[in-house]
Design a protein around this ligand. Sequence first.
Ligand code: TYD
Ligand code: MG
Length: 428
Amino acid sequence: MKERIVYVCDRCGYEAPKWFGRCPACGAWNSAVEVKRVEKRGKSSPSSLTQLSRVNLEADDRIETKNKVIDSILGGGFVRGQVILLGGEPGIGKSTLALQIADRLVRVGRKVLYASGEESAKQIKLRAARIGASGEIFLTNDQDIDSVLRSSRDVDFLVIDSIQTFLDSEVGSVPGGMAQLRSVTSKVVEFSKRNSTVSLIIGHITKSGEIAGPKMIEHMVDTVLYFEGERTTDYRLLRVYKNRFGPSGEVGIFEMREDGLFGIENPVFVGDDLPFGNAVACVMEGSHPLIVQVQALVSRSKVPSPRRNSIGVEHRRVSAIIATMSKILKLPLDFHDVYVKVLGGLKVTDPAVDLAISAAVFSSLVEMEIGRTVFMGEVGLDGMVRSPYSLKRRIEVIRKSGFDEIAGNFEGANVLIRNLSDLSGVIR
Ligand code: TYD
Ligand code: MG
């Protein structure tokens, strides 16, 4: 083993073999932090080879958490040595979920250590009481990562809450910086692999979207989960962004109740009142049809190039829809600012949301309300509307949720919208 010194920018994570006064990547001054790297040296021993036919896919590689949502989105539970990053805004429910998983694992005889640099043992106990968690979970408030890992040799499941509050004493900088974040994470990863411990790393993301944070360590872990939703509402979406041991893209849906997070199937993210500028959509996220509320605000622009802004849906998608509407419906959108928002803090990825965006924009422009019609369909640049996939499941869920008017270009739609120009027939 050989030690090597590298310099890491504490703001953006840029790494160089030599000290730098100003970071060439992000331009920060005096942000270089000295970090020790240990490298293997000398002749390495030959690799051991395995024949493909002998690779074991037996189920015992999986550690079920018995939390239905977690097991299902992770493809059957954890895998020994797996490192999972759980990210989300403060107050969204990260610690609650971690403690609930910890509780399930303790109850099937696993040893669990909950390492918290955020909260005292008393605070954790209060949360545990709320969700009825087992008293067999071990706690530590030690923020030194080496000591925590030294105490974790016989631990099956390790929670690090949050990664930003832990410290590697070999790195000469404050907690929360990029150098610490990377170093602490790499120690946890290395430990988990060597010790076959499953580690759940909690990471804060801030509303302001600072560069610092979980994004920087995504590539180091096996699995990345992010919470979506708003603290002010009860629904939480947990999305799999990356998973080395299973499919990504799946989502789990929870409701935050008095006594913890509970899995639910098809939540309706729609309010009772739908004034003009609102439209309802049914979108598939992972394998769940979700009924969501899309809002648009169209107002006369006071600047030469009008503003386009979107929350919860891709910006480019909205721009393309606005341009198509201007052209096909001959609407004066070039003179209007357009803001689009998906309610409930959700990030919609399903293109079938297009038609609801178009309807909401139209409704806001002409100031006429639409009502509780559910829109589904991707809108092409020619204004043609496409039928969404998994149509049967969607319609089933829409009906079950108490909506009966469905609009789109498919058989079974109450309101047939083949082309954007048909929209004017719906909104009158
Ligand atoms: P928490 O898990 O502490 O969020 P994070 O770790 O992401 O910052 O949970 C935050 C909120 O959830 C807090 O405002 C209290 C609420 N809560 C419930 O509504 N029910 C519960 O059972 C628990 C434990 C928390
Ligand atoms: Mg927390």
